[in-house]
Design a protein around this ligand. Structure first.
Ligand code: WT7
Length: 658
């Protein structure tokens, strides 16, 4: 069977277990084997008609659309463009008559405080905050940066923006002040929504203080809304800062939802790419909403009486589609948790599942691996009998982690949906339909109806031979795809469509298909790392490193890590002589701290190695593949005869100290 120590990619190649859909699982979200086949046929026969029908049935339109897909400016596609709607009204108002008293959010803070918010209450809170935004002069199309802990107000702020047609850009609370500043500047945000602090890992993360480090240098920001959450002391700028509770005091609980066009930008979300600068992924309103709703039904089988919990932070796309929008648009009850999975101990997630009677649970492989490592006694302490469906996202899941999730958490009863998608795709793209698709540990199975995923070779030819790797592409535009990169349409075209002359959307992932046509995603083929499921650009980290006075040259690569999937390894050439063994620890600490300040703690290298120079070809290109081999301790198979200085390989390997 399986073996803990084997290389994850290697083990994925050998994986041949098949788990048929558990007979006890009834997909009630309206899906059956027949319907599934029918949807695939429908999309095949009339692609636009298929999406148009679903868009009409799932979305409450203010003006119905008459044009489905506009391809005239491809790859700048537009969907349903002459329709109008409001996304917030689709998430809230439409449930009030029938389920106003139903719980929308069941919140648990890290300290243990809980709060349940019904749909009616949520609508009221969203309207009040929307009115507060309007009162500060924030208008349709303005950008609002949200830098919040995982508390209901983060969702309220996002929904309030959607309500007035402002464009939110959520910045993950783990990013540093410099990252925050870069995103505020790129989006030219007029307001920031933050909190005094949030609870994480038993500590208070002082978000307002992080904002204060840079906000004086962000002239576009006129207003800073500050939620009182952790009660920690903060500093204040009169005339700019306003407490959330003061801003909403006296505001009407009603706010007419703005009418926006289907293509109106709903949000920007910055993500790392293969250059030094993060890109503002821009999503549209209607198409995005459609993707969130359909996948909640197809993949999560969301039902009236479910309690659903997606553990993702709203700072990531998963926290947008599967916390802030999808579950609300489907009228679901969702759990929201503020803190770390291991606070006070590794039983916290399972305790929350028991306490709030969670039925659908969605998390990342890195969390599964970290909790698995803590031992089975934690999940065994809690009653997990209510769980009926499990999901994963963010990176390939190794079969060992999958099996643990299946046996210990799902008690062999719950289907696992391994969902492949990206910030750019807006919603699930390749994923099983629970109860219908047989699953294989480590495979995201098959593309959803209407999604034309393919694996192609470097010439763009579809690879039909089983097990042969290639580029994972999508052959036709889909409603929930990104629309552009904020302020940089050329980069959008080049990054996602350039490689194959605008014929396909290029995901940046490598994949293969097995003899059953199942997709196995093998990871990024570009200079992007997935560290604990978080996306980080090697170039971004390198450019931060070389900006430090101690650093002359830097190269950053990933190496496999048992818990985080990939870990960051940096190779450094310092200015002046190479630091001695005793100096290295101090330099490493300085540089790790520098990266935490410039990007965020999530980008700190797990390891830094020092050399007199970096291995380069005679034409001056850094030999990254070689560095990856050195970082992961595998044999260097590169031809090093072309190296200027072949001795540095030994230097790099020897410095590892292991
Ligand atoms: C990248 C996208 C999608 C929300 C969270 C991450 C990797 C994502 C899977 C999966 C294998 C996966 C890919 C992708 N990825 N899900 N189920 N199996 N790999 O969003 O930060 O935009 O990252 O995450 O490499 O390109 P993101």
């Amino acid at each position: 069977m399986t073996n803990e120590s084997r290389d994850p990619i290697e083990s994925l190649f050998k994986e041949d277990r098949l788990f048929p859909p558990p007979p006890a699982f009834n997909h009630n979200g309206g899906m059956s084997e027949d319907l599934y086949q029918q949807l695939i046929r429908e999309a095949d026969q009339d692609y636009e008609g298929f999406w148009a029908r679903l868009a009409r049935s799932e979305i409450d339109w203010l003006t119905p659309f008459t044009r489905t897909l506009n391809e005239t400016k491809a790859p700048h596609y537009r969907w349903f463009e002459d329709g109008t709607l409001n996304v917030s009204a689709n998430c809230l108002d439409r449930h009030i008559a029938r389920s106003g008293d139903k719980a929308a959010i069941v919140f648990e803070g890290e300290p243990g405080d809980t709060r349940t918010i019904s749909y009616s209450e949520l609508l009221t809170e969203v309207c009040r905050f929307a009115n507060a935004l309007l009162a500060q002069g924030i208008k349709q199309g303005d950008r609002v940066v949200i830098y919040m802990p995982m508390v209901p107000e983060a969702v309220i702020a996002m929904q309030a923006c959607a309500r007035i047609g402002a464009i939110h850009s959520v910045v993950f609370g783990g990013f540093s002040s410099e990252s925050l500043k870069g995103r505020i500047e790129d989006a030219e945000a007029v307001a920031v929504v933050t909190a005094d602090g949030g609870h994480r890992g038993g500590r208070i993360i002082g978000l307002k203080a992080i904002c204060d480090k840079v906000l004086d240098d962000c002239p576009s920001v006129r207003t800073v809304f500050v939620l009182r959450r952790a009660g920690n002391p903060i500093s204040w700028r009169e005339g700019r800062d306003v407490w959330w509770h003061d801003a909403v005091a006296g505001m009407s609980p009603h706010c007419q939802a703005a009418t926006v066009s289907a293509e109106h930008p709903l949000f920007l979300l910055y993500t790392s790419g293969s250059t030094g600068r993060p890109k503002g992924i821009q999503h549209a309103s209607a198409g995005y909403l459609l993707g969130a709703i359909l996948t909640m039904r197809w993949v999560f089988d969301i039902r009236e009486d479910d309690v659903y919990w997606c553990t993702a932070d709203v700072g990531w796309i998963t926290g947008h589609s599967y916390v802030a929008y999808g579950p609300l648009a489907c009228g679901a009850t969702m759990v929201m948790y503020e803190g770390a999975p291991t606070t006070p101990d590794a039983g916290r997630f399972w305790q929350i599942c028991e306490r709030h009677r969670v039925r659908i649970f969605y998390t990342a492989p890195t969390a599964i691996r970290a909790l698995k490592k803590q031992g089975d006694e934690y999940p065994r302490r809690y009653n997990l009998d209510r769980l009926r469906l499990l999901g994963t996202v963010g990176e390939p899941i190794n079969p060992e982690a999958w099996m643990w999730y299946h046996e210990v958490i799902g008690q062999k009863r719950c289907p696992i949906v391994d969902t492949w998608w990206q910030t750019e795709t807006g919603a699930h793209m390749i994923a099983p339909i629970p109860g219908i698709t047989a699953t294989k540990p480590g495979s995201c199975t098959k593309a959803l109806p209407g999604i034309l995923a393919d694996v192609v070779d470097s010439e763009g030819r579809s690879i039909t031979k089983p097990q042969e790797g290639g580029y994972l592409v999508i052959r036709r535009p889909w409603p929930f795809m990104l629309r552009t990169i904020w302020g940089d349409p050329a980069r959008y075209q080049e990054t996602y469509w350039g490689r194959f002359q605008n014929r396909y959307y290029v995901s940046g992932d490598g994949a293969r298909r097995d003899a059953d046509g199942y997709f196995w995603v093998m990871g990024r083929v570009d200079d992007v790392l997935k560290v604990s499921g978080h996306r980080l650009g090697t170039m971004e980290i390198e450019s931060v490193l070389v900006a430090h006075p101690l650093v002359a040259e830097a190269a950053v690569v990933g190496r496999p890590d048992e818990i985080t999937g990939e870990a960051i390894c940096a190779f450094i050439v310092t200015r002046g002589p190479r630091p001695s063994a005793s100096e290295q620890a101090r330099v490493t600490e300085t540089l790790r701290q520098w990266i935490a300040e410039q990007i965020g703690a999530i980008a700190k290298p797990a390891e830094i190695r020092y050399a007199d120079n970096l291995p380069k070809t005679r034409s001056g290109k850094i030999m990254r593949r070689l560095l990856r081999a050195v970082a992961s301790g595998t044999t260097v198979e590169e031809d090093v005869s072309t190296l200027e200085n072949p001795d540095i390989i030994k230097q790099l390997q020897g410095d590892a100290g292991r």
